[in-house]
Design a protein around this ligand. Structure first.
Ligand code: WQD
Length: 344
């Protein structure tokens, strides 16, 4: 990279945004964070600043508010690329409050793409999700695996947003976009200065595990042991948050360096390995040298039985590969929970 390129990280105070900001800056990019702190707080940005030893450009702004986003962000800085994380992500909540998800997840993308066009910002990386695949007929899921009807409004927003981006890029030859389909992001930065901060009772497995280990939750419920898998519990592809963050750097660099083959591309971001809930629980106990209180309960409605990624395309095209061993990721998740709870 010759001149330092500047990336707008929309939703940059959250779990994936903070880790991606750290990796971008370490790779030589300038970053501007925009976030309305609706599902995050300043401590995320402060953690980033501690890790990097510098102040970050940070604007508190709602990415659905065009006027505000233009005034505080697009007219004030010059960007080469945008990474868009500013969306809601709780599957269960999206079922009970679909309009909240439609309005926020669609409007933020529409607003951001409109301003990118107005200010001639060419490159977009979008946070998509393996949820677009549903339960694939064949595994691993490749980028060509057909998407299935979404089983939540959250999943539906990811599918529609992917299609909106495809249409926008087709209509604007100077625009390029990459959608990254994340599998199950977990863990925390090795410094334990940034990590996941779920509000209320966590829905996702790893925050529930770490909160149980910390005594905040009494007992972990393992949802189902009668799946068609080696130990009966469901299989997922758990991807370390730092590895995931680095996939965003690779995606931005691919477009900045003009290496993308199509103007709109999609890549899976996972490890390529399916790990069961019980395997994950036992590995967490082993690497952190503790016992977890858990019980087997019935299946959780809406869960798929098993899914993991084919990472061939991301390996070949992005030159990216997951590198962090799962045990290290689970140690980092526990170190972060201890940091949050003040446990020695
Ligand atoms: C993983 C496994 C559960 C909690 C969801 C979204 C996906 C992405 C990530 C992003 C499943 C089991 C869980 C618990 C358990 N969203 N489990 N006890 O459902 O694979 O994916 O989060 O923003 O789009 O769909 O992740 O972490 O909730 O569950 O046994 O208390 O752990 O049944 O098998 P999921 P998860």
């Amino acid at each position: 990279m010759n001149k330092k390129k500047t990336v707008l990280v929309a939703g940059g105070a959250g779990f994936i945004g903070t880790h991606t900001t750290v990796e971008l800056v370490e790779a030589g990019y300038d970053v501007v964070i925009a976030d309305n702190l609706s599902n995050s707080d300043r401590s995320g940005v402060e953690g980033v600043e501690k890790i990097l030893g510098r102040k970050m450009a940070f604007e508190i702004v709602d990415c659905c508010n065009e006027k505000e986003l233009e005034e505080k962000v697009f007219s004030k800085y010059e960007f080469d690329s945008v990474i868009h994380f500013a969306g809601f992500k709780a599957v269960g909540e999206s079922v009970s409050e679909p309009l909240k998800y439609y309005s926020n997840n669609f409007m933020s993308l529409i607003t951001i793409m409109g301003l990118m066009k107005k200010y001639n910002v060419q490159n977009l990386v979008f946070s998509s999700s393996a949820t677009v695949y549903g339960q694939p007929d064949t595994l691993p899921a490749t980028e060509a695996t057909p998407r299935q009807k979404a089983n939540s409004p959250y999943g539906y927003t990811k599918q529609v947003c992917e299609d909106m981006i495809e249409g926008m890029v087709a209509a604007n030859p100077s625009m390029h976009a990459i959608a990254l389909r994340y599998f199950n992001p977990i863990g925390a930065h090795p410094s334990a200065l940034i990590g996941e901060l779920p509000r209320g009772v966590p829905n996702n497995l790893v925050p529930f595990i770490t909160q149980t280990a910390a005594g905040v939750r009494e007992c972990l419920s393992v949802f189902g042991d009668d799946y068609d898998t080696p130990d009966g519990s469901a299989l997922r592809d758990y991807i370390d948050i730092v590895d995931l963050a680095r996939a965003h750097v690779a995606a931005v660099s691919r477009m900045v360096d003009g290496k993308n083959k199509e103007s709109y591309e999609i890549f899976n971001v996972g490890t390529g390995k399916g790990v069961s809930v019980l395997e994950l629980v036992h590995l967490f106990e082993e690497v952190n040298n503790l016992k977890l209180n858990y019980k087997i309960v019935g299946r959780r409605p809406g869960d798929v039985e098993k899914i993991w990624a084919s990472t061939d395309l991301a390996n070949a095209e992005l030159g990216w590969k997951a590198t962090r061993p799962l045990g290290e990721t689970l140690k980092a998740a526990w170190a972060w929970e201890k940091h949050v709870r003040g446990i020695k």
